[in-house]
Design a protein around this ligand. Sequence first.
Ligand SMILES: NC(=O)c1ccc[n+]([C@@H]2O[C@H](COP(=O)([O-])OP(=O)(O)OC[C@H]3O[C@@H](n4cnc5c(N)ncnc54)[C@H](O)[C@@H]3O)[C@@H](O)[C@H]2O)c1
Ligand SMILES: [Zn+2]
Length: 665
Amino acid sequence: MNPAQKQIEELRAELTKHNYNYYVLDNPTISDYEFDMKLKELQQLEAKHPEYYDALSPTVRVGGMITKNFETVVHDYRMYSLDNSYSREELEEWEKRILRILGDVKVEFVCELKYDGASMSLTYENGELARAVTRGDGFQGDDVTNNVRTIRSVPLRLKGDYPEKFDIRGEIILPRDGFAKMNQERVEAGEDPYMNPRNTASGSLKLQDNSEVAKRPLDCLPYSIVGDNLNFSTQFEGLEKARDWGFKVPSVARLCQSTQEVMDFVNYWDVHRHELPYETDGVVVKVNSIAHQEELGYTAKAPRWAMAYKFKAEQVSTTLNSISYQVGRTGAITPVANLEPVLLAGTTVKRASLHNADQIGKLDIRVGDTVFVEKGGEIIPKIIRVDFTQRKPDSTPTSYVTHCPECDTELIRREGEAQHYCPNYYGCPPQITGRIQHFISRKAMDIEGLGGETVELLYKEGLIENYADLYLLKKEQIVPLERMAEKSAENLVAGVEKSKEIPFERVLYALGIRFVGETVAKKLARAYTSVEALKDATLEDLVTVDEIGVKIAESVVEFFRNENNVDIVERLRSYGVQMEIAPEKLQNQSDKLKGLTFVVSGVFETLSRNDLKKHIEDNGGKVASSISSKTSYVVAGDNMGPSKRDKAEKLNIPIISEHEFLEML
Ligand SMILES: NC(=O)c1ccc[n+]([C@@H]2O[C@H](COP(=O)([O-])OP(=O)(O)OC[C@H]3O[C@@H](n4cnc5c(N)ncnc54)[C@H](O)[C@@H]3O)[C@@H](O)[C@H]2O)c1
Ligand SMILES: [Zn+2]
């Protein structure tokens, strides 16, 4: 293969992978700037070598895709991406291109902010929200109407002189405050914080349970209207109309008569964007007249009448004062850079994560170095590189810690893992308190009246050494402690007592067995029904359980091989903690539907939809939200949607009634 072709194909493959990480997994591994630069490189190569044209290239296709977890809907009007620019020169070139097409006319521009979230198309019919669909691949997207209905700024009913039918496009975002609050709750519950508002907003739309979506403070910021017979003739008027109909259109949009005015808007917001309640990653400049827009049209991927001007992620340089090492609940060591405090993107930055030993080696970072720090959407800033021109002649390479900073045990690094670990499971303080903090967290034993700091205090005072000790705490022991009062001590003891009602599957999760998260704990609880049976399970036995792999199985066996753990579990049982699935619950459970996937549609006579779903899950079946070739049965009630019926028939999937379903049990 010729080198140019090879390079083109490698870039296409790499960008396709990043699109998948970004749009499907909501978990990008490179910055947007790096992504855009690679895309530009590909664009230039493809322009030089038109012989390698490919209609599937990331340069000619919108990067997203449908997920198949929702009903797929074809957009009446295609959804496009935007071309990007990073400089005034690029903007001026764009203006010239436009004038070449439009001829000698006066062109007005509208500047809007580029909200950083997930794009959404809302269809309104006769003033009512009919559908909400993600951008997907631009031609078709996921029907997420049920999730979007929970967003308060999406009007379900419009007011004023709205057109009979139209689509309005907007960005679904998570305001900074709401995001910070969600993360605070997660951290308190012992869960990892979300990475950034954009990915969290996008991930929220894909949740299957809309009551979960309703808890998230999402917002919808509209920016364009498409349809036939619209009653306005410019972009700016369209925004005003949408506001009158009840949409939350941000008021920062501005009409500009020249590139200078556009640049003034850009420069103003590059600085002041950190004062906004939500994140933005640039400005979108649009030709104002819709007649002009129609004349300009679209390329394969983006309108010719609009251009995004992207802000560069803000970078600052500062000094690395020291590196410290944190020990997590599992004993994992994380190196942290302690920086000379510096203002970045509206907040003072003092620390940055260095991830692991390899990262330190890759950056060749040393104490005393001047380093560049960047903050994208992430909460924790990143060190991009060292400014080697500023390196002091007497600096010495960083040598990674060899012993645990908390308990002085020699660290280990397992084959194939990036992190170092402190193996002192029972003697290392942050591991001990970390395990107890996990045990009491919301999704585990949910012990009210007890928080992470109190756990540390109780441990420091010698009152607890493991989570079983919590059940022996007496009010009289707690009251004398710092910041404790009669009432809070009572609450703590009552909270511990109440946790004895927590079902076995959550107790199993609370034990903190490595790799046994919530879902795995559920599977294990169902498969073994008691801790006694799980304890005796062999590796060969464990891996036969659905979705349990060797890694998890080994970890379970290792946990119960340790006498200390067995002892603690035995004590928990003796205090009354649930160590098996309650018999009455077991009665209604079976494996009868194992391996079968059901889609439930319509309204039912004897059961509610939720009960029906619970029956399916209790008997080992799976519930999916949309019909695919993997569906085993569709359980249909009254008013089953015709499109679902068509699809089931096309794929030859049996449609059964609720009575037929109950008979299966
Ligand atoms: N880091 C990664 O791995 C990775 C991977 C894929 C994509 N990306 C990022 O995503 C970008 C591509 O995504 P894209 O195709 O959605 O393009 P884009 O985000 O650059 O621009 C198009 C989108 O901007 C949004 N938008 C926000 N405010 C708007 C406004 N006022 N008017 C019009 N549209 C507005 C719309 O949802 C529209 O779909 C890349 O440039 C890159 O920065 C990053
Ligand atoms: Zn240690």
